[in-house]
Design a protein. Sequence first.
Length: 310
Amino acid sequence: MDVGQLSNQIILLFGLMLVGFLIGKLDFLKAQSSSDLTNILIYIISPCLIIGAFEQDYSAARIKFFLLAFLAVIILYFIEIIISRLIFGRVADENVQRIAIYGSVYSNAGFMGIPLISALFGSSGVFFGVVSLACFNIFNWTHGISLFSHHGEKDETVNWGKILLNPNIVAIVLGMLMFVFSLHLPGTLDQVVKSVGSINTPLSMIVIGNSLTKIKFSREMLEKNLLISIFLRNLIYPIIGIIILRSLGVSGVAFYTTVIMAACPVAGLVVLFTLQAEKDPAPAISIMSLSTLFSLVTIPLIFSLSNLHF
C-alpha cells in the first residue's frame, strides 16, 4: 500500500464525514438520535466487526506480532502520559490543562482508526487494530477518566468491571478464543455478524461529521496549549510510536495498522468527559474538531514517515 492509496481512503472517509455534516446542518439528525447511533456503534456494530476479524485460522506469527504490538502500545501510552503531564501540568486553567493532557494522549482509535484500517487492510487490519482499541479502553477508563474527576475523587477505586465488561473488550476476548482454537460462527449467524460489522465505517464517519456541526470558530481555538496538544497527538506521539514499533521488530500489517491507529486525531470522548465534569466544553470541541481536520494531512504524513528508515 502506498501513500496515494491511503490518501484516497482518508478522502473517502472525509467524504462520508461531509455527508454527516450536511445531515447535521439540515437538522435531519437530532442530538438524541446522534447519541443513540453512537451507542449502537460502540455496543453493537464495533463488537461485531471485531469478532468477524478474528474468524481466521490460527497463526503463530500473527500472535507474535499481536503481542509485540500490544507491548509497543502500552509503552507508548506511558511515554505520552509522562510527557503530557510535564508539558501541561502547570497550566493555570484547570479545564484547559486536563483537556490538553487528555487530547494529546487519547486518539479517536475506535471511531476513525478502526474504519480506516478496515477499509485499507480488511479483517487483517482490524485483527491488529484491536490491540490499540483494547489499550485505549484500559487507559481511557483508568487514567483518562481520572483527569476529569473532582479533587475529592482522585483516589477512587478503578471500576475494573466497567473496563472488562466493555463490549469491545468482551468481543476481543471472544475473538482471541475463536482465533486460537480456529472456531467459526455458524453460517447464518456469521453472515449477520459480518453484515452488521460492515456498516461500521460509513456510520462512524457520518456520526463524526454530524458532531462537527457544533464547531463555532473563535479565538479560543488558537489557545496555545490546545495547539501544542494537537501537535503532540497528530505528529509527535505517532512518530515516537514508529520508533518503538521498529525497535521491537514489528512489521507488515501489524506495523502499519498500529501506526495509523496512533496517528488518529483527538478522541471525541474529551467532550463527553468535560461535560460530565460540568466544565466549559468549548476547548474540548475545539481541540477535537481541529485535530480531526488536520488529520486529513497528518495521517498521510505519518504514514510516509513510517516508510523511512531512521
